[in-house]
Design a protein around this ligand. Sequence first.
Ligand SMILES: [Cu+2]
Length: 492
Amino acid sequence: MKLYFGIFGLIFFVFSCTKEIVTTPTSNTSAGNTNSNTSITYSNLWIPPTLSGTTFNLSLDKSTKQFFSGSITNTYAYNGANFWGPTLIMNKGDQVQINVKNNLNETTTSHWHGFHIPAEMDGGPHQEILASTTWSPNFKVMNNAATYWYHPHLHELTAKQVSMGAGGLIIIKDPEEAALALPRTYGVDDIPVVLTSRKFTSTNVIDFSTAYGDYLLTNGTLNAQISLPKQVVRFRILNAEIERGYNLGFSDNRTFYIIANDGGLLDNPVPVTRVPLVVGERIEILLDLSNDALGSSLDFKAYNANLPQGFGGSEPAQSGQFGSLLNNKDFPVLHINVAATNTSPMLAIPSTLVKNTTLAATDATNSRMLMVTGGQPNGPAFSFNNSTFNHQTINQTVKLNAVEKWTIMNNNVFGHSFHIHDVQFKILSRSSGSVGLHESGWKDTVYLPVGQSVTIIAKFDDFASDKYPFMYHCHFANHEDGGMMGQFLVVP
Ligand SMILES: [Cu+2]
């Protein structure tokens, strides 16, 4: 049996490695400074087009992308993209309308991840968009300037539709952010970096039944490279994976600066050389290229080898449901070529950003506890408090304007990524003893390591309804589809 799997694994590995990647005509070949023994053919990073204003028209369509030589790959994408969708740019305070046309032949939904909006506009599992119909939510943009995203959230089809490519970024702008000396020329010194990986069958069909991909897609681009000006640049990074976490850094181990978490800018830039990013989380970073030589290159990398058990993608297997060619190894996510400084360069890291209000444990008016359950071999799927998601079951009821502490305990078998709709929260404490400076800002998604608990605090203001619930769930789409999700009402 062992021999059989060994041979099978070897055949799978050799086969998978022989996929010939199709590159864009403008690509060039260069040896990255961490790949001196192998020459990688890069493709230019796809920068999603932008939509702005107060009316946004999205259509979710079947599409295709030529990832590899041979068969073209069927995908889902918004507005005619090959994979993924346009970046929506919104201003805080605007009343916006979004028209989402579903051109698939299956139901979908469209969730505005991180947004503080009424539950009936949230695009969760209850706001179904049937095939060939259009859903038109209308809401006021109340969130801080930061990077958010939209993606399907239909129960039991989220993993499939996200794996097929459905998703997009949302950038919110506000006056506080605009007043700071930060790079903000989209695609020039303000770069979207969406990380996800996919597994493909022998005929280049996306396999949406697995937790981990064999091939990294950065904005949907295989082996992505970008030319960046010799100055301070900003990355808006989203982990749009199914389960994989990332431990991000640069190939020369340089210091970079975290300036924003999921829901807004931090008080001050946080210098780091590595940062973990689990599924659904976003960070914005500043990368200082002003001292790099013109024409030099470096890699933005996932330092994913030898991470703790329970971190998504740390499993050693190279194939099978929880294996992939990228598991438990370091790999590049974006090759950077240093180009000429542009006309209005930012050349310094600001010392301060914004003054955030905060929530302290003493502000809490109520506490509740969630336990990660299930997920044992041959047992029921992962859940919270032994309650599998059911559309008709309200799991929690929160009073409007309550400030609540939620402790999520994970004395279970694997790590998770915990997301709450409606609110931005602060992480109060981790049982491991420390909340990282890199996660000290407003959050809507938090890493839940195995064997640990995390306590968060949030105010549930503005939107009460005795009819429309919000979701809380694991953001591993396969866990969420399996029922690791609950719903709460905010009541007057
Ligand atoms: Cu999970």
